[in-house]
Ligand binder design. Structure first.
Ligand code: PLP
Length: 328
């Protein structure tokens, strides 16, 4: 129990990104997919009497997107806004909230391009408009990178170098959710099942050990973009409103799978979308304003604290060689 409460404290402090920890509790889950399902299904059942409208985005991870579709089938009206249609996207989400809105669910940082929203502003202004609206944030890519706030916040261990199979859901003080897992009543009856203490201890250790540094990521990103734009026919899909550790670009004329396999030959692992969408075309890039042609050639580089300029050089050399081979 000591391990659990210490881990909760560490995660609560890390979530806010400031010196003041968020006020609430942590429910440990098997990962962010479970956190997202629990948040969405557990939140709207509780708030059902307050309204039937859900405000979300067209760029959510499938664990949110498919759960929203389920809620739509159950009679909720889901509004999905696309960043490409709004200059001030956070403002557009706030603007869509009305007295009938039961829930807002938005990702802090998009997994494919790194596109980010202003989470503290979203939370503050949604609450000002309708205090009954529950705000859920999928913070899998934003945890430890951007400041967070919300009634419910999902995070995942394996995105910060903890084991696979552990995640968490932050639940704001005073908020209640209907549990998905019923059983022995562990974790305040919000998630039954024996707690995986080893995974929880590992999650805490990963939070403490995390060394991602925004300034260093920004330097590496600027370096990579500079090298890439010297090559022919490159489109950049991660612009100013994106976190610096995710860089998405299109090598026009070379389909993503071909580029991925070519890079793999040299032990360079990047992805075509997000690692967890299994290479399926998701429509997310389209909603972010990337053309279909560029989406077919998209490559996503996700940086970690250990990456070096030399590795980025090796990546660019291999990309140039692949372009030469394919376009010949
Ligand atoms: N949400 C986002 C934004 C993700 O990138 C991912 C996967 O990486 C998930 C949810 C699912 O997380 P998990 O693999 O922990 O279930």
């Amino acid at each position: 129990m000591q391990i659990m409460s210490r881990a909760k404290k560490t995660i609560l402090s890390a979530l806010s990104g400031t010196k003041t920890p968020l006020d609430g509790t942590i429910v440990f889950t098997s990962g962010a997919t479970e956190s997202n399902n629990t948040a969405l299904l557990g939140a709207v059942h509780k708030s059902r009497p307050h309204g039937k409208k859900i405000v979300s985005t067209a760029i959510e991870h499938p664990s949110v997107a498919k759960t929203l579709t389920r809620l739509e089938e159950d009679g909720f009206e889901v509004v999905r806004l696309a960043p490409k249609d709004h200059e001030d996207f956070t403002g557009a989400l706030i603007g869509a909230v009305d007295e009938n809105t039961a829930l807002v669910s938005a990702m802090a940082v998009n997994n494919e391009t790194g596109f980010k929203i202003d989470v503290p502003r979203l939370y503050r202004e949604v609450k000002r408009k309708n205090p009954k609206t529950v705000v859920h944030i999928d913070a899998v890519q934003g945890f430890l990178k951007v400041p967070l706030d919300g009634d419910l916040i999902s995070v995942s261990g394996h995105k910060i170098h903890a084991s696979k199979g552990i995640g968490a859901l932050f639940v704001k003080k005073g908020r209640n959710i209907l549990p998905l897992m019923l059983g022995g009543g562990q974790q305040g009856d919000m998630r039954s099942g024996t707690e995986p203490i080893e995974l929880i201890a590992g999650f805490e250790a990963a939070v403490k050990a995390y060394r991602g540094d925004t300034a260093k990521f920004a330097e590496l990103k600027a370096y990579l973009l500079d090298r890439l734009t010297r090559l022919d026919n490159i489109g950049i899909n991660s612009e100013a409103l994106c976190v610096p550790n995710i860089i998405n670009f299109s090598v026009r004329g070379v389909r993503s799978e071909i580029m991925l396999h070519s890079l793999e030959e040299d032990g360079i692992y990047v992805s075509s979308g997000s690692a967890c969408s299994r290479g399926k075309k998701s429509g997310v890039l389209g909603a972010l304003g990337v053309s279909d042609r560029d989406a077919d050639c998209a490559v996503r580089v996700s940086l970690c604290a250990d990456n070096t300029v030399e590795e980025l050089d090796a990546l660019c050399v291999k990309i140039a060689k692949t372009i030469e081979r394919v376009r010949r």
